[in-house]
Design a protein around this ligand. Structure first.
Ligand SMILES: [Zn+2]
Length: 256
């Protein structure tokens, strides 16, 4: 099995970070790499998330006003999902599965480019993605993911290929049905954290970006503690959702 990072552009943003141990929030300017993860497994080819929608190269119209004000795409044509896959020798129709960490625009924008894959998503997330209020508040845009794919909704831990090598690990909080993905590589277990942890420092200091309710933040902190446990007790290597330094350090031909 091989895990290959594909960079589907970047987003520049200013994050408001909050911590149980701070008295005030802090703002940081960040450049977030937007990954899609290609998983070559003997039983099939999967993507974990699909990155940005290709229209965002030219226009932020599809984002909604608040989101467009806070996230600024930097996205070249050779970084579109289809181009990244072609550079690896894949056509879009070669992709069997799309596993979603969650349904925010920077994680499912490329889905329209992969029409034949089956989607694997937590049922809580799929339900949240149909919530009219969340759609009106620009949290979700069904045009990114509600495109007629076959959808496999799962609840809790889910063994994707039935051999224990790729397992969905629920990590709710960032969104209602957020999940991470554990892979048993020859080099050892790896967990793609998704947006449960944007970058390493946040886990070390139990910091979260300020968004959502107190309850969702407490749930995210619980999920972060579970990821720390997988690292410290199970020896999992954590690969964070938008960690620029870590992302640049990964080998271009992937991890095995
Ligand atoms: Zn994200």
């Amino acid at each position: 099995m091989r895990l290959i990072p594909l960079e589907i552009g970047r987003l520049a943003s200013s994050l408001t970070l909050t911590s149980p141990t701070w008295t005030d929030d802090r703002r940081v300017d960040v450049t977030l790499p937007i990954p899609a993860w290609l998983i070559e497994h003997p039983e099939g080819v999967a993507l974990f998330d699909t990155g940005l929608h290709r229209d965002l190269r030219h226009s932020t119209d599809r984002l909604g006003q608040w989101t467009a004000r806070h996230f600024h795409p930097d996205f070249q044509s050779h970084e579109e999902l289809t181009a990244r896959l072609e550079a690896r020798g894949y056509r879009p129709s070669d992709i069997d599965l799309i596993i979603f960490s969650h349904l925010h625009f920077d994680h499912c924008g490329g889905t329209a480019e992969i029409p034949d894959a089956r989607i694997v998503v937590q049922s809580d997330e799929w339900a949240a993605g149909k919530d009219e209020k969340l759609i009106a508040n620009e949290v979700y845009n069904p045009a990114d993911y509600n495109l007629g794919h076959e959808v496999q909704q799962v609840d809790g831990s889910h063994d994707v290929f039935g051999d224990g090598s790729v397992v969905c690990v629920p990590t709710p909080g960032h969104t209602r049905g957020h999940q991470s993905l554990r892979l048993e590589l020859d080099s050892g277990p790896v967990v793609l954290t998704g947006d449960c942890v944007y970058f390493e420092q946040l886990l070390d200091e139990m910091i979260t970006p300020r968004m959502g309710s107190e309850r969702s933040r407490e749930r995210q902190l619980e999920s972060m503690r579970e990821l720390a446990r997988l690292r410290d007790e199970d020896g999992c290597r954590l690969i964070f959702g938008h960690d620029e330094d870590q992302f640049r350090s990964l080998p271009a031909d992937g991890l095995t």
